[in-house]
Design a protein around this ligand. Structure first.
Ligand code: GTQ
Ligand code: FE2
Length: 351
């Protein structure tokens, strides 16, 4: 593959070598020694670059998308946040998809299911719902909602304001394995078979039914409401000191296994006190952040970005990240951490 050959990394092959490469090419052979340095780098090398999307700047385009196509026609009306180093690849990191989805009052996004896992993090507006396997949950800003693999899901907005959420999907992990399947539900809207809040009381109150329990690797809770996340962070901040790199940071878990909520996507929420300056931190899981509350700055591998609520930024693998808060801040984030942990790949380093 020519794309993994960094120009100038090695001198151009001489006559005898070049001649060999030309002669063996029709037999689909290539010399490892020309690409070994980039195939097996001393530390992570990635085309993914640090970037920040200011919600203030991109919101007009999200709203404009509502004027050129309906949610029904689009199937999912989403503007993809493409990493500037990965343009044309529908990717915010090498493994993760990120998009901002808009659903206007009265609209529906038709029911389907796929093997990709999805998370929704509500950015703006209330009153839309997402339905997963017969249960609807109403969205509020800051809610963290998951769609497990191969579960029927559709969205609707019976309310009276536009609702925008961030979609995080493991599309590029599934694509790497060529393990993607998708089906469309026979009707646009799946029937409601369980009351709202059912999975939350069944699995989210530190009790579980007598069984049999679901066998899925994904959490059976599908809405982790912001009211509870915020209250947890608030109480933690009154009860002890912040971590030097993370402030007060929590991981969303699957109560049946204690593992992260999804097998391929880790999701986190953290509180930074006003005037906090974090230590530098790096990890191999490139991470997408969505700002919920507060303003501050983030330094990503030497580049500075100012952030405010509803902005999105991305930290590539193994780039150091330092956070500085002007006011108290709440940040949601997601990455492929559980996939890397399961494969024995994950590393971190604190400065
Ligand atoms: O809401 O079901 O951004 O299937 C990409 C793929 C959203 C969704 C996306 C999807 C969805
Ligand atoms: Fe979907």
């Amino acid at each position: 593959m020519a794309s993994v050959l960094r120009p100038g990394a090695r001198p151009a092959p001489d006559g005898a070598r070049a001649d060999l490469y030309r002669r063996m090419a029709p037999d689909n052979l290539a010399p490892l020694w020309e690409v070994l340095h980039s195939l097996v780098p001393p530390q992570p090398e990635t085309p993914c670059v640090p970037a920040l999307w200011k919600y203030r700047d991109i919101r007009p385009f999200i709203m404009a998308s509502g004027e050129v196509i309906t949610a029904k026609e689009a199937i999912r009306r989403v503007l993809i946040l493409e990493n500037p180093g990965l343009r044309g690849q529908s990717a915010i990191t090498r493994s993760m998809f990120c998009g901002l989805q808009l659903i206007l009052p009265g609209e529906i996004a038709p029911s389907h299911r796929h093997t990709q896992s999805a998370l929704r993090f509500i950015v703006e507006g209330s009153g839309a719902y997402t339905a997963v396997d017969g249960e609807r949950t109403t969205m509020h800003p800051g809610d963290f909602i998951i769609t497990p693999p191969w579960t029927w899901h559709d969205h609707g907005n019976p309310g009276n304001e536009p609702v925008v959420w961030m979609d995080g999907l493991d599309i590029h992990i599934v694509r790497m394995f060529d393990a993607g399947f998708m089906e469309t539900f026979p009707e646009e809207v799946q029937p409601v078979t369980r009351n709202e809040g059912d999975s939350s009381v069944r699995y989210g109150n530190n009790m579980v039914p007598m069984g049999p329990l679901p066998a899925s690797k994904t959490s059976p809770i599908f809405n982790y409401p912001y009211t509870r996340s915020r209250e947890t962070l608030e109480t933690l901040s009154r009860n002890g000191d912040p971590d030097a790199c993370h402030g007060w940071k929590m991981q969303f878990i699957n109560p049946l296994s204690g593992a992260l909520a999804m097998p391929t996507i880790g999701s986190f929420i953290q509180l930074l006190p006003k005037g906090f300056k974090s230590g530098a931190y790096r990890s191999t899981d490139a991470t997408v952040y969505s700002i919920v509350e507060g303003t501050g700055k983030v330094k990503i591998g030497g580049q500075d970005f100012a952030f405010e609520p509803r902005d999105t930024f991305v930290v590539p693998s193994w780039r150091s990240v330092s956070l500085e808060s002007d006011t108290e801040c709440v940040l949601f984030s997601y990455s492929d951490r559980p996939a890397q942990l399961a494969l024995g790949l994950w590393r971190e380093m604190r400065a």
